[in-house]
Design a protein. Structure first.
Length: 422
């Protein structure tokens, strides 16, 4: 198979790394990729939102499958574009249709879907710019902390947890005033659930499903989960508190009703469902859906997945996923992200990265990197993920931490307390 992978982050390097081990994968192209993906396949300068440009590349290079890493092309309807094009309709796209991708593309849509299927989630109301006063009054009736979510895609930064009614009202007005652009033209106000979060990843061909290794990520920039939200500072897999009892509840109350809802609504859904959950008094509640794999969770989930990824993706495309068995490495995996100084606010790019070639006992996944004149440079906020195995997450973290210290670039920062709450 010739595979085209869309995306450029740590998640896409993890996909590339896994595809490069597959006996099925003949040629791998990554668009636009990064310095890490270039070691697994061929980077190509495509705009992942320009579907006509992607079409030309797919036809010229005899691509047999397109795998979509980030959410934006899915929300914009790349699956439907291929399905409705006579030249492309036989090339499977791994990811949901535009309708299915609304589970992530609109927080309000996801909430309505959960209510339809009686999937446990926080109570909520939604408001747009015509209902600012009603929203402010609604906030005044709530018990802090108060959760505000931009309805649309905001690069993982559109969720705010505010400690007072006054701060929530101020942020609510700013969100509807354009703080997150079009993503915040509608705001979901949610009750705050007090618990501990974890991520469940489901692969589906629209009929059957398989559960991938479970993970927990750490979003805040500061240690002890303080400071601003980021795209993710690290992750662990498996998650010690997710036992069989809790996982059985997740499967019965969340996963099965989600697949049933997808079928009842007639969504074309061939790809990943990322379910963000929170455990409250040992009961699972859904925080949100994503329509793709998470980042940095992919960097711990895929190393633990023993299956040939291209074979799994082919089974999704063919509708034969039911015949596959998921094989999981029993060891724990952890990842720590090295980020640019100043991230998630203003930061500089173009800093030389040194020390990677000396790392032997971790897997290095590139996020925001590029090669210029033989030098490896920073090219984003989240730069390098250091993934390690261990007999448990603590042993794995020790290895990641040791190697995170050895890699160096100006302004480097990483959280040393990943897993602190486990």
């Amino acid at each position: 198979m010739n595979i085209l992978l869309l995306g450029s982050g740590g998640r896409e390097h993890a996909f590339s790394w896994k595809f490069s081990q597959s006996s099925l994968c003949e040629k791998l192209f990554i668009a636009p990729g990064n310095a890490g993906t270039a070691t697994c396949g061929t980077n190509v300068a495509l705009n992942i939102k320009d579907f006509e440009q992607i079409k030309s590349f797919v036809l010229e290079n005899e691509i047999n499958m397109v795998v979509v890493g980030p959410e934006e092309p899915l929300v914009l309807g790349i699956y439907d574009f291929f399905k409705n094009d006579l030249d492309l309709k036989n090339v499977p796209v791994i990811g949901p249709s535009e309708e299915g991708a609304k589970l992530e593309g609109s927080k309000a849509f996801g909430k309505v879907f959960m209510a339809e299927q009686n999937i446990p989630t926080a109570a909520y109301e939604e408001f747009d710019g015509t209902k600012i006063e009603e929203g402010l009054k609604y906030i005044a009736t709530q018990t802090p902390p108060i959760v505000l979510k931009a309805d649309g895609l905001a690069a993982g930064k559109g969720v705010l947890i505010l400690p007072t009614i006054e701060e929530a009202q101020k942020e609510f007005k700013e969100m509807l005033g354009g703080k997150f652009g079009n993503a915040g033209s509608r705001v979901v106000i949610e009750e705050f659930l007090d618990g501990i979060e974890f991520s469940v990843f489901v692969l589906t061909d629209g009929k059957s499903y398989k559960i991938l290794p479970i993970a927990k990520d750490y979003k805040r920039i500061g240690e002890n989960d303080e400071g601003l939200n980021t795209g993710g500072m690290g992750a662990v897999s498996p998650v010690p508190f997710v036992d069989k009892v809790l996982m059985d509840k997740v499967e019965e109350r969340v996963i099965k009703p989600t697949i049933k809802g997808i079928q009842e609504r007639g969504f074309d859904y061939k790809g990943f469902i990322f379910i963000g959950l929170i455990r409250v008094n040992n009961e699972p509640y859904v925080i949100e859906y994503n329509c793709r794999m998470g980042d940095p969770e992919t960097e711990v989930v895929f190393p633990r997945l023993k299956n040939d990824l291209a074979q799994l993706m082919k089974a999704v495309g063919d509708g034969t996923l039911e015949n596959k068995q998921i094989e999981i490495d029993e060891r724990a995996a952890t990842t720590m992200f090295l980020v640019s100084g100043g991230y998630p606010e203003a930061y500089e790019k173009g800093k030389e990265i040194k020390g990677i070639e000396a790392i032997e006992d971790s897997i290095i996944f590139h996020g925001g990197t590029k090669n210029v004149d033989g030098k490896l440079l920073t090219n984003g906020g989240r730069v390098i993920a250091v993934t390690s195995f261990g007999k448990d997450f603590k042993a794995a973290l020790e290895v990641s931490k040791k190697n995170a210290e050895q890699i160096d670039f100006e302004g480097k920062y990483f959280r040393r307390d990943i897993g602190f709450d486990l």
